[in-house]
Ligand binder design. Sequence first.
Ligand SMILES: Cc1cc2nc3c(=O)[nH]c(=O)nc-3n(C[C@H](O)[C@H](O)[C@H](O)COP(=O)(O)OP(=O)(O)OC[C@H]3O[C@@H](n4cnc5c(N)ncnc54)[C@H](O)[C@@H]3O)c2cc1C
Length: 202
Amino acid sequence: MELGAEFTKGEVKNLKDLNANVIVSAAGCWTNELLKDIPVFPQKHTVFRVKCPKHVPDMPLTGDLTTGIYWRPEGKEYLAGSPISKWDCDELEPEWNDFEELVWPGLAKRIPAFEELKLTGGWAGYYDTNKLDNNAIVGKHPAYDNVYLATGFTGRGLMQSPGIGRGLTELITTGSYQTIDLNCFGVERVLNKKERIEPYVL
Ligand SMILES: Cc1cc2nc3c(=O)[nH]c(=O)nc-3n(C[C@H](O)[C@H](O)[C@H](O)COP(=O)(O)OP(=O)(O)OC[C@H]3O[C@@H](n4cnc5c(N)ncnc54)[C@H](O)[C@@H]3O)c2cc1C
């Protein structure tokens, strides 16, 4: 904005309404509402906060790929994700039953100290899920002169954002990727249904 850019706030109904040389569409799980050919949709996921008398602060982020449950320390507690996700959900009440039925037994099976867990909280949100292959969609949209995408991270957008931001900046300002080659996440792959499947979505 110091450089004179205009800031406007509000819902974009159609990308063609925007008068800009370059548009980066980063609409997350709502991407398909703006771009009907991009299969990114909201998928509800629940995360629980738990406390355990035996705390291991340097426990790494760990995923049990046999159950889809993951956990990591969060302050003096832990976060643990439910393996169950839901499509077409217009409410975000956490799926509390998943804790007793799936997450707690799954955690205790791997780490016996977790048998003494206490549930202290939880929340649910929408993953920005790419239904084609669970992977990011990054780069120029071939049907537009000025539209670039950064979407479809399928629950990994925070981790991937530094590299995506850098790569996309390079693509827009120089015409090609310079330090990080993100071509494998290109928009054409999605339009041509050439999957680059991520099998594990935690
Ligand atoms: C429970 C849960 C746990 C997660 N855990 C992790 C994790 O541990 N690590 C990790 O890396 N990622 C995690 N994620 C995923 C991560 O949050 C997302 O991948 C990331 O937020 C995507 O960022 P984004 O900027 O692309 O989209 P968003 O953060 O969703 O932002 C999209 C923005 O676009 C706006 N928008 C959409 N449509 C329009 C429109 N038509 N007009 C105007 N504005 C519009 C929205 O209002 C929103 O502000 C988690 C997600 C959930 C739900």
